[in-house]
Write a protein that binds this ligand. Structure first.
Ligand code: MLT
Length: 411
């Protein structure tokens, strides 16, 4: 008799974004003539740049020609692309061998799947508020108990709030796997060198591993802030970095990213190279057990993203979204709302009006201003009382949204 993975029963409600979609759909059905402005899910809206389109087209053309046709790719992804990524890291004085870079089809799957190479009894720590994928994948893989009073038993929550600028500090107890998202989704906060160093020091001391999700790193414009965990000394001994082309090059639909699993990584019961070997076994493209590699067309596109022209063009796209973030932040601050993030990250974290919880403020924004946000409580207990606004939108819509909030939001 086949049985189900009962851990799924512990998951709370629907995945956050499907609950939002449901509420918006209900509102639209009842109010078909009202135009809704979506600043909810962080999904890109600007088209791919010319250079990236050219790259993708060249990938398609290669597949249509017997001489250049390719089937399964290199085990860990296209060598040219991994070389370009290695050069990308060199700009920050980080040396990575090609063997340490694994091309994936976007960060989300790797953030969840990486758990499969660690022991099921490992204790996981997450920030609170947190990108739900880290929590749900910990639940599904059996690393938590039940959901009690807003928290999963067995999961360690690192509280982020106004007092600590929404940047977590390492847990007081011993944990084994630490998820960090930096720049942070949902709060838009970014950790300093010192704040990340505290995590690296903790991880080395406790032989823990940091899963560093840096999908929004290219949104950091402040040169004093680190973009990669490997800018912190010792991080190669304890950190896996997962990144993506989704948010800075418009690949949310194209799907492509990468993970770095250093050969020097050491954990409690493993020798150097063991974590790398396991990930390679799982994820090593046509030579791995559970993945056949990313699309060769998407990889051509990503190679174009990393070209000098691609980089230049995507800087403009990043600036476009960051200008949206600035407009949101400035306008909402002006009307007396307390606003965080949005300076080195495309998310703006807004404190709800007094006496409203996140979902009430979400409903108010939807019903009175017709703006879709993401309720902070969907990201954890500490997110209660906040909503997130995404800067990934057409500028005209962002301007309309803030005007509508200014005009229609009753107190
Ligand atoms: C978000 O809105 O948090 C993101 O779109 C989620 C994701 O990238 O998976």
């Amino acid at each position: 008799m086949a049985t189900l993975n009962k851990n799924y029963n512990k998951l709370q409600g629907a995945y956050l974004f499907s609950e939002i979609t449901k509420r918006v759909k209900n509102f639209v059905e009842k109010n078909p003539n009202i135009e809704i402005i979506k600043l909810g899910i962080g999904d890109t809206t600007e088209p791919l740049t010319k250079t990236v389109v050219k790259g993708l087209l060249s990938g398609v053309k290669k597949l249509g020609n017997k001489k250049t046709y390719t089937g399964y790719g290199e085990a860990q992804g296209d060598v040219r692309l991994r070389n370009a990524l290695s050069d990308f890291y060199k700009e920050r004085n980080i040396d990575l061998s090609l063997q340490e870079i694994f091309i994936n089809d976007g960060a989300k799957a790797d953030c969840a799947n990486i758990q499969s190479i660690f022991g099921v009894d490992n204790v996981v720590a997450v920030a609170d508020p947190v990108y739900p994928v880290y929590v749900d994948s910990s639940v599904i893989s059996g690393r938590t108990g039940d959901f009690v009073n807003g928290k999963y038993e067995g999961l360690v929550y690192m509280e982020c709030n106004e007092k600590n600028g929404f940047v977590p500090t390492p847990p007081l107890q011993k944990v084994d796997i630490i998820y960090l998202c930096n720049p942070n989704n949902p709060t838009g906060a970014v950790a300093t060198f010192e704040q990340l160093k505290a995590f690296v020091d903790y991880a080395i001391k406790n032989k823990a591993v940091i899963i560093f999700d840096s999908a929004y790193a290219e949104y950091i414009s402040d040169p004093s802030l680190p973009k990669s965990i490997y800018e912190i000394e010792g991080a190669k001994k304890c950190a896996i970095e997962i990144n993506s082309f989704s948010k800075w090059a418009g690949f949310t639909g194209v799907r492509l990213g990468w993970s770095v699993v250093p050969l020097d990584l050491e954990i409690e019961d493993g020798q150097k190279g063991k974590v790398h070997a396991l990930w390679s076994r799982r994820q090593g493209g046509s030579q791995g057990t559970m993945y056949n590699g990313a699309s060769n067309i998407a990889q051509e596109g990503a190679f174009a993203v990393l070209s000098p022209l691609g980089r230049k063009e995507n800087k403009k796209v990043i600036a476009y979204y960051m200008d949206n973030a600035k407009i949101i932040k400035k306008s909402l601050t002006k009307i007396g709302l307390k606003v965080f993030g949005g300076e080195n990250a495309p998310y703006v974290w807004v404190k709800a009006l007094p006496n409203l919880n996140s979902w009430q403020f979400f409903d108010k924004l939807l019903m009175e201003a017709h703006v879709v946000s993401t309720p902070g409580s969907g990201f954890g207990l500490q997110g209660e009382g906040y909503v997130r606004l995404s800067a990934f939108a057409d500028k005209k819509n962002v301007k309309k949204a803030v005007e509508s909030i200014k005009k229609n939001l009753s107190r």
